[in-house]
Design a protein. Structure first.
Length: 463
């Protein structure tokens, strides 16, 4: 009998971050939060994009304990937030420590110690990222279903969009939303922005991993120039003012809004730390005569070993890692399967038949109805494909996607719920958006003409 695997996400990740995820999720770090670690996880890397899978049984067990953890005590979400911020600040400080020193003047041993400290704090932080990501995904679904059912029950469907906006809004703004707020204030007061100051302040935004497509100063200036002040096209409406909720239901709303905030903040903390850390990785590449691109196929433990005297990865190994592969975590090593070994392993993963589907469905994040040409974004480097009026179809979105999201006529994602980045930013832009389709980037292809009906949550292939 084949193992059942659950797909969690697909990302444009380096081997560095793939190894970090596998090590964090299969380690003891999660147990400090009274949650089970995973024993069986792997990434499938195809055409530069890596998809993480976990045991269906372990995923179900983790989810049940996660929901119980946050719903059993009314103050758990606040206590958890305090612990999360402590871990996150420790991680960012480790990155700051690396950036404040002049890397070229440091001996190998000092670089090794800095990397070891950064790597350990990154593992702890990443285990919290796993909790936040799963928590925001699942509490978003639970809360959406609760509010929708109540609106129908009490004949308040006319207010449903406002209710859903309220319960899915982060309790505070972070990262790109703070930048937009700053631009709003200046434009509404007819004040000129200081682009150099803003660019320096938000330079870290694209750095979700050690390799990035830089948000160039030119792109940043264009974003500022094109940005229009936000308008509350849809006012949030607190459903608790229109009908009585039980204590448990009130807690669900609170958890969902806090998780939406933590989801944004985990991205902000990570990007700030990675931006500051990348200078040291650049120095390692220079010192050992390895191209920075090649270094992205090393894991941090392998780089630490390199600093300790181990040999560089061979050209053959680097080429193998560049290709399609399965990446597993084994005790004290990363196991990489390619060729026939890879093909044999992934037979356990059921792939979707793309040919018979003419309609996709997802969750409405922002209403509207438009038609346009599809542009598929699986890797960050593909963002330049987006032109004005295109339909952006992405696995998910990140802060560096925002300038292109502005150009797009609509946004469609595989992943996410009402609290994901795409949903929150689309509502700020009043851009038609459907999230959580699961398979849009697999079913659709560049150039497809589609109708995005974000009133009903349906994407139709026209031709």
């Amino acid at each position: 009998m084949k193992e059942k695997w659950q797909k969690f996400w697909r990302r444009d990740y380096t081997y560095h971050y793939v190894e970090v995820c596998l090590s964090a999720f299969t380690s003891k770090f999660l147990e400090k939060e009274r949650l089970p670690s995973f024993q069986s996880m792997f990434f499938v890397r195809v055409d530069g994009s890596s998809t993480i899978y976990g045991s269906h049984v372990e995923a179900d067990r983790f989810l049940k304990k996660l929901i119980k953890k946050f719903t059993s005590r009314a103050d758990e979400i606040i206590k958890f937030k305090e612990r999360f911020f402590k871990v996150a600040h420790d991680y960012v400080k480790a990155g700051e420590k690396m950036s404040k020193l002049k890397p070229s003047s440091l001996p190998d041993k000092k670089i090794l110690l800095l990397l070891q400290d950064y790597y350990h704090k990154q593992l702890v932080f990443t285990s919290y990222v796993w909790i936040v990501w799963n928590g925001s995904e699942h509490f978003s679904n639970i809360t959406t279903n609760l509010i929708t059912a109540c609106a129908h029950k009490f004949d308040l469907e006319k207010n449903l969009s406002g209710y859903l906006k309220f319960v899915s809004e982060p309790v505070k703004k972070s990262s790109i939303l703070l930048l937009n707020e700053e631009l709003d204030k200046n434009k509404l007061k007819n004040k000129k922005n200081n682009p150099d100051k803003l660019y320096k302040k938000y330079l870290w935004l694209p750095w979700g991993d050690l390799h990035v497509q830089l948000w160039s100063k030119k792109d940043f200036l264009k974003y500022i120039s094109d940005y229009a002040p936000s308008v509350d096209f849809l006012a949030a409406r607190d459903p608790r003012k229109d009908w009585h909720f039980s204590a448990k239901e009130n807690l669900l709303i609170k958890i969902n809004r806090e998780m939406a905030y933590l989801r944004d903040m985990r991205d902000e903390f990570r990007r700030k730390a990675v931006y500051r850390a990348h200078f040291l990785y650049q120095e390692v590449a220079r010192r050992f005569s390895i191209s920075y691109d090649d270094l992205m196929f090393y894991t941090t433990p392998e780089i630490i070993a390199l600093l300790g005297g181990s040999k560089k990865l061979s050209v053959a190994e680097l080429n193998r890692r560049r290709g399609n592969a399965v990446i597993l975590k084994k005790p004290n090593e990363l196991k990489i399967l390619s060729g026939k070994d890879r093909d044999k392993f992934i037979k356990a993963v059921i792939l979707i038949d793309k040919t018979e589907i003419q309609e996709l469905r997802g969750t409405v994040a922002c209403m509207g109805k438009v038609s346009g040409s599809v542009k598929i974004i699986k890797l960050n480097k593909e963002l330049d494909k987006i032109k004005a009026g295109d339909i952006m179809v992405a696995v998910t979105t990140h802060p560096e996607y925002v300038p292109k999201m502005q150009l797009a006529a609509a946004i469609v994602t595989d992943e996410g719920g009402l609290t994901c980045h795409a949903a929150i930013v689309a509502r700020e832009m009043n851009k038609p958006c459907i999230v959580g389709t699961k398979t849009a980037t697999q079913i659709l292809k560049d150039g497809d003409l589609v109708e995005v009906d974000a009133n009903k949550g349906i994407i139709k292939i026209l031709k």
